[in-house]
Design a binder for this molecule. Structure first.
Ligand SMILES: Cc1cc2nc3c(=O)[nH]c(=O)nc-3n(C[C@H](O)[C@H](O)[C@H](O)COP(=O)(O)O)c2cc1C
Length: 185
């Protein structure tokens, strides 16, 4: 069965390593999985008053894109040892209105990316904390902390590091199995 995966990239930067990693993940994903990046750039900051007044069109469009997906994949850098604000905002937007969270029950996975050596470990785990509350069963193994990101891609953005490609391929194969084992829809 084909499965759709909404991909959230935690960086807004044009030359983002996280976005390059997300594109590489789409490339190596096994056949049943179709990955689609859902953009978070234009989401106004979450505000309960705006929700009550009638939510901004960008929130509605975002929720409508994530809701039908079978699964969700987060590919994110780390800002100050945590989740970048733009990604956290997107998570908050998707979680409301109360009782209508688009995340609820969707199998998920987290890939964190950094030019540093620690592979954005802090962001990865802070994100997992929100996923527990949001009832997203997040794949535990393999974990994906992609460090040294500046040395993994060529000037066109293509992943050139073979060991990383092999790892990401096995990561996506495991995620496909995780989705089948944890899907509720
Ligand atoms: C506000 C800010 C905070 C950052 N904090 C961290 C950090 O805590 N850990 C880390 O590994 N890199 C940190 N960085 C560096 C990012 O990892 C680096 O800019 C990376 O390229 C961003 O991801 P991207 O390439 O996907 O845009 C920070 C960058 C910014 C702009």
């Amino acid at each position: 069965m084909p499965r759709t995966v909404a991909v959230l990239v935690g960086s807004l930067r044009k030359a983002s390593f996280s976005r390059k990693a997300a594109l590489a993940l789409a490339e190596v994903a096994p056949d049943p999985l179709a990955l689609d990046i859902v953009e978070i750039r234009d989401l106004p900051l979450y505000d309960e008053d705006a929700e009550a007044a009638g939510p901004p069109a960008a929130w509605i469009a975002f929720r409508d894109k994530v809701r039908p997906a079978d699964a969700v994949l987060f590919v994110t850098p780390e800002y100050n040892r945590s989740v970048p604000g733009g990604l956290k905002n997107a998570i908050d937007v998707g979680s409301r209105p109360y009782g209508k969270s688009v995340w609820n029950g969707k199998p998920g996975a987290v890939v964190s990316v950094s030019p540093g050596a620690l592979g954005a470990y802090g962001a990865n785990h802070h994100l997992r904390q929100s996923l527990v509350f949001l009832n997203v069963p997040a794949m535990q193994q393999p974990e994906a902390y992609i460090g040294g990101a500046a040395g993994l891609f060529d000037e066109t953005g293509k992943l050139t590091n073979e060991a990383t490609r092999t790892f990401l391929t096995s990561f996506m194969a495991a995620f496909a199995r995780w989705i089948e084992a944890n899907r509720t829809g």
